[in-house]
Design a binder for this molecule. Structure first.
Ligand code: PLP
Length: 446
């Protein structure tokens, strides 16, 4: 352990000297070192063990170092590390088969990318070429990636410094009852009013100018808002009425996170395109992609698709996907996520909400839960402002970490997003640590 700590310290020094980090003011950073990880746990630079209920970037859906996936990557590395995307490769072919077996409807073709943002870029490119239209509608309170089109589609403050207003993106409000834009009093009303709002936006923008409506069926980083009954069905009907391509961004919610293979499977809706990444191979090797329906695939049957990547369908990444999907299937990992959400994590969080005035709302499904922290449960004033942080949130997160829990955090929210194969006792341990941290949050309540 001492040797590991020493190499961790050296890595930290080199990081601060030479590594330029994402989304950050470089001089203000104190990044956490991770020396190792296994299953639902990580070890920090001092050798402390923490429950990883962030799943890193909400992507280690089968936990850390799953032996079957590690072995598959090693085996593929020994066999064939890389081939050009134009060639046939057995790992890529099998990954595409396994993914299309799990997508709804006739989304039977896969275009592989390196991650989520480029999956979104390509899905939008396909929709634009398919429809001959340019405009794209996306939600406020969303994240779609850090590249040019994807960041302009994003409905969170990370877009602001990147937005030159030229990307052809228009934002709308989705349903979010706790912070309703529509003065709704229940989920049914929120669903209907959010749909009426979207219909108005489409009418005002000109339906014949809109290529696609892109949404996360369950928005992730933006707050894990499970859609109310009828909402996704309504979006589908609106798209059908106007020949608009419906794109479901399943980058975070897909591959078991919500207790189903894709979060849109909780509804009966079949989108035209699905973007995926992260959980497809538990993030062990970078991989993303677009699942394409028959109609859009046919557009590019005799007309070349104008896009590609050196690493499209990279053998190491797709071999990891094959092993991940097979392990998830063989070990009942998606069902475990559903059961944990319904029987352990969900009820546990709801119980904490009863006793902690700082908890405005808990919401989620599967292993995808948000805890919305407030300074005042009546006014719902958040514990950190939209787009910002606060001393209170830092203290709460510090208490989690000190207790041995690493959650995912965004503004005033703590997300409890463990791997899909988390055990009951690990969830119980995580809830106990969160309980103590929420006592710290309670001290900030007016
Ligand atoms: N779409 C969604 C819903 C995401 O959550 C993310 C990443 O968090 C992305 C797209 C971008 O994915 P990547 O960071 O792999 O480019």
């Amino acid at each position: 352990l001492d040797a590991a700590r020493e190499s961790g310290r050296r890595a930290y020094e080199l990081d601060r000297a030479h590594v330029f980090h994402s989304w950050s003011a470089q001089a203000q950073l104190k990044p956490m070192t991770i020396l190792g990880a296994a299953g639902s746990y990580v070890w920090d630079g001092d050798g402390n063990r923490l429950l990883d209920f962030s799943s890193q970037m909400v992507n280690t859906n089968i936990g850390h170092q799953h032996p079957k996936v590690v072995a598959a990557i090693a085996e593929q590395a020994n066999k064939l590390c890389t081939v050009a995307p134009a060639h046939v490769n057995d790992a890529r072919s099998e990954a595409a088969r396994l993914i299309t077996e799990r997508t709804p409807g006739d989304l039977d073709k896969i275009f592989f990318t390196n991650g989520g943002a480029d999956a979104v870029e390509h899905a939008v490119r396909m929709a634009r070429l398919h429809t001959g239209r340019r405009k794209v509608l996306t939600r406020f309170r969303s994240y779609h990636g850090g590249t040019d089109t994807a960041i302009n589609m994003t409905g969170d403050p990370r877009r602001w410094p990147n937005d030159y207003g030229a990307a052809g993106v228009v934002h709308f409000f989705g349903p979010f009852l706790y912070r309703t834009e529509f003065h709704s009093t229940d989920q049914q009303q929120e669903s209907e009013r959010a749909l009426a709002h979207l219909e108005s936006v489409v009418a005002m923008e000109g339906p014949q100018t809109i290529a696609a409506i892109v949404l996360e069926p369950v928005p992730g980083t933006a707050g894990i808002m499970v859609p109310p009954p009828g909402y996704l069905e309504g979006v589908r009907a609106l798209c059908d009425r106007h020949g608009i391509v419906m794109i479901a961004d399943e980058v975070m919610a897909g591959f078991g996170r919500t207790g189903k293979w894709f979060s849109i499977n909780h509804s009966g809706v079949t989108p035209d395109l699905i973007t995926f990444a992260k959980g497809v191979n538990s993030g062990y090797v970078p991989l993303g992609g677009v699942a394409i329906n028959g109609e859009i695939a046919a557009t590019f049957a005799d007309r070349p698709y104008p896009g590609g990547l050196t690493y499209s369908g990279h053998p190491l990444a797709t071999a990891a996907a094959v092993a991940t999907i097979n392990a998830m299937t063989d070990e009942g990992i998606v069902d475990n996520a559903a059961r944990i959400g319904a029987e352990v994590l969900g009820p546990g969080l709801e119980k904490l909400a009863e006793f902690h005035p700082s908890v405005g709302e808990v919401r989620g499904v599967g292993v995808f839960w948000a805890v919305e922290l407030v300074k005042n449960p009546h006014t719902r004033e958040p514990l950190a402002p939209y787009g910002g942080s606060s001393a209170a949130m830092s203290e709460v997160l510090g208490a989690c970490k000190k207790g041995g829990l690493l959650p995912f955090a965004n503004f005033n929210r703590i997300h409890m997003v463990p791997p899909c194969n988390v055990s009951d006792s690990e969830v119980a341990a995580g809830l106990e640590i969160l309980d103590s941290a929420l006592a710290v949050a309670d001290t900030f309540v007016d």
